[in-house]
Design a protein around this ligand. Structure first.
Ligand code: DQA
Length: 145
């Protein structure tokens, strides 16, 4: 088993597949997890894939990643737009590489989605590419860790 990448998913991502498919697509989170495992195996990485609707769990998992993971992929969902706690947690595990992923192009949507609290403290951001964003993030991280 290679290095571990935590793939963390925030609120409402458990409903992918049935949630606003015109925006988020028809793939559910389990299928995205399967894609991530496949890409991780190809890259010689192992992944720990998690989802929570609770901000505090995401903070706990980022802190845990600081001890146990080589990198983080995070789709913070709506907490990305609001959470100073996630911003601080990601900062607290620096210089651990972290890539923020959004399925949708948040810049092409409502103005309240244009800003994220998390983007200033991550290594990079991928948005608007749907589930492909997750596996591209893993490839980018594999090149750095
Ligand atoms: C999202 C975009 C956010 O604005 C939204 O709140 C989500 C999903 C995305 O993956 O496109 O829950 O992070």
């Amino acid at each position: 088993m290679g290095k571990t990448v935590f793939v963390l998913n925030g609120p409402n991502l458990n409903t992918l597949g049935k949630r606003e498919p015109a925006i988020y697509g028809g793939k559910n989170l389990a299928a995205i997890e399967a894609d991530c495992h496949e890409t991780a195996a190809e890259l010689g990485l192992s992944i720990d894939f998690r989802q929570s609707n609770h901000e505090g769990y995401l903070v706990d998992w980022i802190q845990e990643a600081g001890d146990r993971a080589a990198a983080i992929v995070i789709n913070p969902g709506a907490y990305g737009h609001t959470s100073i706690a996630l911003h601080d947690a990601i900062r607290s595990v620096a210089p651990l590489p972290a890539i923020e992923v959004h399925l949708s192009n948040i810049h092409a949507r409502e103005p309240f989605r244009h800003h994220t609290m998390t983007s200033p403290v991550v290594t990079g951001v991928i948005c608007g590419l749907g589930p492909l964003g997750y596996t591209l993030a893993l490839r980018a991280l594999a090149a750095r860790i």
